[in-house]
Design a protein around this ligand. Structure first.
Ligand SMILES: O=P(O)(O)OP(=O)(O)OP(=O)(O)OC[C@H]1O[C@@H](n2cnc3c(O)ncnc32)[C@H](O)[C@@H]1O
Ligand SMILES: [Mg+2]
Length: 198
């Protein structure tokens, strides 16, 4: 049986979350930092799943190992699902403050009850032989009119979770991982992992 999974990210927070889960299974987790020679794969797909698959497929090919790749984003109902797959570069160039400002501008004048949104994550785990396991996760909330909180990243200060009475940026990272789209996608994947991996 294989013993290694490469997580297709350089993000330390994401890596830590995956490491905790796979350590329990006796699996050794590597990240793209262990393969600095491989260039980045562009997310040119039209869906979260296509983007995750592009990365999983690409890195599985060059490393010869199993790869877990993710793609995530914020989908705002009043904006017909935008920024969606364009979340990272919505205002141009991976600038969280500019992305948040653009969302706030586009949401100007939209009343509370129509400010519903969800964060989504799709995970694709791909073996070198091409077999795939897919996991999905969502968390539903509302877009505030003013940012709140200093934790997290991306759109966290705008994403309000009614059941917690807080934005994602007001949660600790452990609290966020328990309810987040990424946390739920990992749970979804792990429900079918043992059967896939054996
Ligand atoms: O591919 P990597 O290098 O991991 O980085 P990325 O920026 O593409 O990361 P994601 O696909 O996970 O997310 C895309 C964007 O969606 C937003 N986003 C995703 N998850 C988020 C979260 O938990 N909190 C706030 N914003 C998030 C944020 O703007 C991200 O840049
Ligand atoms: Mg991405």
């Amino acid at each position: 049986m294989e013993k290694t999974i490469v997580i297709a990210t350089k993000n330390e927070g994401k890596l830590r979350e995956f490491k905790e889960v796979f350590a329990k299974k006796g699996i050794d987790v590597k990240s793209l930092k262990d393969f600095p020679e491989h260039s980045e794969i562009a997310e040119t797909g039209l869906t979260f799943e296509e983007n995750a698959r592009l990365k999983a497929e690409g890195y599985a090919e060059v490393t010869g190992l199993s790869v877990l790749a993710d793609d995530s984003g914020l989908q705002i109902d009043a904006l017909h699902g935008r920024p969606g797959i364009f979340s990272a570069r919505y205002a141009g160039n991976h600038d969280d403050a500019a992305n948040n400002a653009k969302v706030l501008m586009e949401m100007g004048g939209i009343p509370d009850e129509k400010r519903t949104a969800n964060f989504h994550t799709t995970l694709v785990l791909r073996k070198p032989d091409g077999q795939e396991l897919i996991g999905n996760g969502d968390v539903h909330g509302r877009i505030l009119g003013v940012p709140r909180g200093n934790n997290g990243f991306g759109y966290d200060p705008l994403f309000y979770l009614p059941e917690k009475g807080k934005t994602f940026a007001e949660l600790t990272s452990d609290e966020k991982n328990q309810v987040s789209h990424r946390g739920r996608a990992i749970e979804d994947l792990m429900e079918r992992f043992d059967e896939f991996w054996k």
